[in-house]
Design a protein around this ligand. Structure first.
Ligand code: PLP
Length: 400
């Protein structure tokens, strides 16, 4: 431990760099200002325009904009009727929302292990955890790499389950040449500021299924409808509407929608830059035997949201925590994605215990997320690489 203090001298950078940051330009500011000056603030034309844009981008038939990615996961589960007694399979290496959506519906999250090379949910482990109670699989496109969607869809079809793709990380990614959003039964996006495209907050659900689409609209807004085909009683007049289910208020504002539309205009640029940074990192880290990088499946053409550096603790005199702190001492501020969901006290109290997913647990001990965002300069990228090399050289076993 003491050894960390002597690493230094001058840090690799004199200013801190964070693991992620939004990119906002004047076009974004103008788009928001235009809504404030001229527009409806909610339920207006920008929502419809955003939904059209998301359909164009992904090839999905329907899109429903909502207040955030968590709301998107919740109404996706409600729409397919997830309820008490059901099980929903997901990965522990995700943000808690991917599992919480099952709990919101009274169902039980079941954790399947990951593939130790791609870090995505392993279809073989999903197959083992499937029971007659499995209502859905929430497959996360971890870091932006598409999950193994074809085998997962096949498994779901065989077992009468629904595939929900949590694409919070993967807007812009393609699987087998098709954009995410058009493949799973339901796909959810998040527009939180750390994600590739932001609206401050925001989310969306995409589907090709018309019945699902109707229900998504219902659950987005209180379970209230004017849709003739959903009314249960006689329509009493032009003002008439009914609450036919217990929905929430998960609407997005037009202010957010305008910002997201303006950001989508830049998605190709965002995507190219992120791919370039990932390629540069991969090239640099390939020469360092003490670290490994995430493997890609050939089906995924990935717009990466997170870059995961995995250390090999057996080749170093430090563990992940010390490595992480040493990077911070170089002014490179990493993060860790993620603490396995079932390690959280709330989940422990529900009865989940360590040991459920050994590969995920091992991964958690060895990873950190390096800076990756559109506005990083080439020098920022080289600084991060330099910091990794410096820390590895300082703490390499056998003083090589
Ligand atoms: C960010 C994120 C969410 C939740 O999205 P919010 O918009 O923050 O509610 C869900 N799943 C994953 C994997 C995420 O990274």
């Amino acid at each position: 431990m003491e050894k960390l203090a002597i690493q230094g001298g001058t840090p690799v950078r004199d200013t801190k760099i964070n693991y992620g940051h939004q990119y906002i330009d004047e076009a974004d500011v103008a788009a928001v200002a235009d809504v404030l000056r001229n527009g409806d603030l909610t339920c207006g034309p920008k929502i419809a325009e955003l939904e059209r844009r998301l359909c164009e981008l992904t090839g999905a038939k329907y899109a429903v904009a909502v207040s955030n990615g968590t709301a998107a996961l919740h109404i996706a589960c409600q729409t397919i009727g997830v309820t008490a007694g059901d099980e929903v399979i997901t990965t522990p290496i995700t943000f808690a929302a991917s599992a919480n959506c099952a709990l919101y519906c009274g169902a039980k999250p079941v954790f399947a292990d990951i593939n130790e090379r791609t870090y995505n949910i392993d279809p073989a482990s999903v197959a083992e955890k499937m029971t007659e109670k499995t209502k859905a699989v929430v497959a996360v496109d971890y870091t932006g790499q598409a999950a193994e969607l074809a085998p997962l869809l096949e498994l779901c079809r065989k077992n009468g389950a629904v595939l929900i793709e949590d694409a919070a990380h993967s807007i812009g990614t393609k699987y087998d040449g098709k954009p995410v959003g058009s493949i799973a039964d339901l796909t959810t996006f998040s527009f939180h500021p750390v994600k590739t495209v932001t609206g401050g907050e925001g989310g969306a659900v995409l589907t090709n299924n018309a019945e699902y689409y109707k229900k998504l609209l219902l659950y987005r807004a209180h379970g209230i409808t004017r849709d003739e085909s959903l009314l249960e009683k006689e329509r009493e007049g032009a003002w008439y509407y009914e609450q036919v289910a217990l929905g929430m208020n998960y609407r997005m504002t037009d202010i957010q929608a305008a910002l997201i539309i303006s950001q989508l205009d830049k998605l190709e640029r965002f995507s190219e830059r992120r791919k370039w940074i990932v390629a540069r990192y991969n090239e640099a880290f390939a020469e360092i035997p003490e670290v490994t990088v995430q493997e890609e499946i050939p089906e995924s053409d990935t717009t990466r949201h997170l870059y995961i550096l995995r250390i090999k603790p057996e080749m170093l005199t430090v563990n992940r925590r010390q490595f992480f702190d040493a990077m911070a001492a170089e002014n490179v501020c990493c993060n860790v994605h993620y603490i396995p969901v079932y390690y959280h006290p709330y989940y422990e109290k529900l009865g989940y215990q360590k040991g459920i997913c050994p590969k995920a647990e091992k991964l958690y001990e060895e990873i950190m997320s390096l800076p990756l965002y559109y506005a990083m300069t080439d020098q920022d990228v080289e600084d991060v690489i330099h910091a990794v090399k410096k820390v590895v050289e300082n703490y390499r076993k056998d003083g090589r």
